[in-house]
Design a protein around this ligand. Structure first.
Ligand code: MN
Length: 139
């Protein structure tokens, strides 16, 4: 899927360029926060090849993240594990304290809703980028 196809058919607003987190992404992404009360939910759209850096959702209690894939094709990978291919309708439960990344496939744009699971003392630690040589091995 192209970025334009996702932008045109998105059920939820796509928002503007995700400049706030651009330093933690390779490529261009778009962010629209859908909920800031009770549970924070953001709609994140990635251009083909765009992915976020390795990162960890820390929490003393609760926490982590749930991804609901809404369009395109992409990947989720935990440190030391093979990458999991993602398509619309897939659900990813990301436990707290697990180093991981998520993003688009090289030939497809990608979109997911990111639900921040509430918890105590939650924060996100951003690590290094997913290296091109690792990323290029993915279909
Ligand atoms: Mn995450």
């Amino acid at each position: 899927m192209t970025l334009e196809e996702i932008q045109e058919h998105s059920i939820f607003p796509v928002g503007g360029e995700n400049t706030a987190f651009a330093g933690y992404f390779q490529g261009t992404s778009y962010l629209q926060m859908l909920s800031l009360k009770q549970v924070a939910i953001g709609n994140v759209t990635f251009e083909p090849g765009c992915r976020n850096n390795w990162h960890i959702h820390h929490a003393k209690e609760g926490g982590g993240q749930v991804l609901l894939v809404t369009a395109g094709r992409g990947w989720y990978q935990e440190w030391g594990c093979p990458a999991r291919e993602l398509r619309a309708g897939d659900v990813v439960n990301i436990p707290p304290e697990v180093k991981h990344w998520h993003g688009a496939a090289k030939d497809s744009a990608f979109q997911h809703l990111a639900i921040e699971v509430p918890g105590a003392e939650t924060w996100t630690e951003w690590c290094g980028p997913v290296r091109d040589e690792e990323y290029r091995k993915l279909r």
